[in-house]
Ligand binder design. Sequence first.
Ligand SMILES: [Ca+2]
Ligand SMILES: [Ca+2]
Ligand SMILES: [Ca+2]
Length: 293
Amino acid sequence: MYTHSAFPLKSFTALLAFVSGTLTLPVHAAILAVDLTANNSGTISDGTNTATFVFDKLQPTGTGVLDPFVRIQQNGTEQGYNTTVANAGQLPFDEKFGVWTHDLQFSAMQAISGDYHFVLDIGEPVSTVQGAQQSLLSLDGLKFYVTNTPGQNNNSVDANGNANGIVGTLLWDMDALADNYVLLDANRDGNPGNGVSDMLLKIPASVFASVASTQYIILWSRFGLQNSANAGAESFGTFEEWAHLTVPPCQVDCGGGNPGGVPEPASLLLVGLGLAGLGLSRHMLRKQGTPAG
Ligand SMILES: [Ca+2]
Ligand SMILES: [Ca+2]
Ligand SMILES: [Ca+2]
């Protein structure tokens, strides 16, 4: 006859506590590596190459001046990578179907002063959703791959929910040394929606040194995991999109309130020389009695 006394409840409870205590992993805490809500730039290294994340406002994003190659949208958390598929049903994760989500051949990319420039434009609401002001958004995962296989749509994930079925060679990973995240505020510049960028990412050209022009670059990113540490950092509102810049930011938007970041001294010198030259030519034209244009 079965008897409880053979295995007292008190002992069982103690055993449970012991087992659960033993098996409970330390509380997982990601590291705020770059805070673009408070700083203008920051860096993350994968141990070999250091990427620079810059708070930047480029206005003509997504309108043809820039060519976005992946758009991602899902409430809460979201992830995705650029790929060309036949219809929305073939997209691997939370990508948006259309001309702005597509394969990116390396021949279409171009370095600027030793770095490849990528622009991130997020769209987050300036309103309370689920009890939190939502203009914040965390960038939790960012990986670059090179592949010979365009049109991929594998959607398998690892234990942490990150895509792990992309076929190719991993070139750079923001989480290579630690579980890093970047914190963004879509409303930092007062333009919380799409159409005004939020971050410029500079990846050293050495990351892509072994890539052939016929190969394809895949950018995988994931957003919205840091809501518990930063209320509102989950994803809401409209899409997030990545574009590649082939010309320096100021050539894209030199006329706005923030012309693609702080001008470098060399640029200011050129502007100064240009103004000086303009003044000189006007002066000379006036002396010759010709109306200055
Ligand atoms: Ca934006
Ligand atoms: Ca948010
Ligand atoms: Ca969004």
